[in-house]
Design a binder for this molecule. Structure first.
Ligand SMILES: [Zn+2]
Ligand SMILES: [Zn+2]
Length: 109
């Protein structure tokens, strides 16, 4: 599947004319391969600066997973243990403080 970055149209077969492929909806040649999220079964558009690092999960699902993990931990784990875990695990601290995988990847360069 492809997605047009100009109009957002999702299509399986680009138009073809005079040796050029184009979006069937708007005629733009700015389209990229859409990525299929294996959790919500929707296609999504990887951000332009993340084409090389997209995952099998869309940003919405990643955000929901992080949010659920945070809430679950806060309900199930004693606050004293959370403090302990924070001092022992960088990643946990990052997630618990509201950070996202995306931000973490960026901050690591
Ligand atoms: Zn288009
Ligand atoms: Zn998804």
């Amino acid at each position: 599947m492809y997605v047009c970055t100009d109009c957002g149209n999702l299509f399986s077969q680009p138009g073809w004319s005079k040796g050029k492929e184009f979006c069937p909806a708007c005629g733009s040649r700015n389209f990229i391969e859409a990525v299929y999220c294996k959790l919500c079964h929707e296609y999504y558009i990887p951000a332009a600066d993340e084409l090389w690092e997209y995952t099998e999960y869309c940003p919405d699902c990643v955000n929901s997973a992080e949010e659920q993990l945070r809430e679950a931990i806060l309900q199930l784990v004693d606050p004293d243990y959370i403090d302990l875990l924070r001092s022992e695990y960088d990643d946990l601290d990052y997630i618990m403080s509201g950070g996202t995988k995306k931000e973490q990847t960026k901050s690591e360069g």
